[in-house]
Design a protein around this ligand. Structure first.
Ligand SMILES: C[S@@+](CC[C@H](N)C(=O)[O-])C[C@H]1O[C@@H](n2cnc3c(N)ncnc32)[C@H](O)[C@@H]1O
Length: 309
């Protein structure tokens, strides 16, 4: 028996319905009809950190000491904090703003060392945890945690001795927003204040396209059986990767689509951007300046300073 073959895929879904039995079919059609390459930042560009359920699941990853994917494990974190303490010349009593503070693991340690902390993050479970951790460590009076988007949060100008933006989050914003965040950091700092930011090393980033899939019943993407389908696209001209995830929840046939963008920067580009934003100096430290982190090779830490006025 021969099977008729065709090279032309149907262009349109003829019947799309919300009936539960058709949800899976609709989801599969959506995948089938996806644009070949997603256009960066047209459908979000960040993980849904601020979704309450996702944020609860992500918190487990932050605290998991078996890996450092969401927050680095404690031993490495303390080495980083020692390095930042020396390099930024931090002192007890200084005011520090931790942008994208997550569950406050850096912030609370800095408060334990005597600093006065303002931590900003828009993940609800992370902020709840950070507040509880500060209480537990007896430093709640030195910590303020604010659940807000770092792009829109309003903070007093020239209040901080240091601003931190750790673990790569600047990269998930389009360049214009990244520039605004750098300028905002300048504005937050006192004259002579220090800024530390950590970004992926552009030379080390995977510059290939790839696809993958897996199934699970627990983890970041859900706590009931799901199928995760992922694709990664590297745009060489823009030096940016866009990942597109489809997660099909098998018990409900609901599908979630997430796009995650990661803008990479050459060291010279980022140093220029920091000077354009108003920093007087900007130094780059590839490989975390030798701090022994398991993935240190992948990162560059920049330390910048505002002028003394
Ligand atoms: C990889 S985690 C790092 C957290 C923390 N810096 C650490 O290393 O433990 C990134 C954090 O950035 C936060 N985040 C991402 N985009 C944000 C935004 N626009 N406003 C506030 N927080 C954001 C997420 O909620 C998450 O807690």
């Amino acid at each position: 028996m021969t099977h008729p073959t065709t090279n032309s895929a149907p262009e349109k879904i003829t019947t799309m319905t919300n009936e539960p039995n058709n949800k899976l079919s609709n989801a599969l059609w959506r995948i089938y009809q996806r644009p070949e390459r997603p256009v960066a930042w047209t459908q979000g560009g960040n993980l849904p950190w601020n979704d309450p359920d996702f944020s609860e699941r992500m918190l487990r990853e932050h605290l998991d000491q078996a890996h450092g994917a969401a927050s680095r494990v404690e031993q490495e974190r303390l080495l980083q904090i020692d390095w930042l303490w020396a390099k930024l010349d931090l002192q007890p009593g200084m005011h520090i703003c931790d942008l994208t503070c997550g569950p406050g693991l850096y912030a609370v340690e800095l408060a334990r060392r005597g600093c006065i902390i303002t931590g900003i993050d828009f993940a609800p479970a992370a902020i709840t945890y950070a507040r509880a951790l500060a209480e537990q460590e007896g430093v709640a009076d030195r910590c303020t945690f604010i659940e807000q988007d770092i792009r829109t949060v309003h903070l007093p100008a020239h209040e901080f001795d240091a601003v931190l933006l750790l673990y790569g989050q600047l990269a998930i914003f389009p360049k214009a927003e990244a520039e605004q965040l750098l300028a905002k950091s300048v504005e937050l700092l006192k004259p002579g204040g220090a800024f530390a930011i950590e970004l992926l090393n552009q030379n080390r980033v995977d510059k290939t396209d790839s696809r993958w899939w897996f199934t699970d019943h627990t983890g970041l993407w859900g706590d009931t059986p799901f199928l995760h389908l992922g694709e990664r696209f590297w745009d060489d001209d823009a030096a940016l990767s866009t990942e597109r995830f489809y997660i099909i929840h098998l018990e409900t046939n609901q599908m979630t689509e997430i796009h995650l963008c990661d803008q990479t920067y050459a060291i010279s580009t980022m140093s220029n951007m920091m000077q354009q934003a108003g920093f007087a100096t900007a130094d780059a430290y590839p490989r975390w300046d030798g701090v022994p982190l398991y993935d240190a090779d992948e990162w560059v830490v920049y330390v910048a300073q505002t002028g003394r006025g």
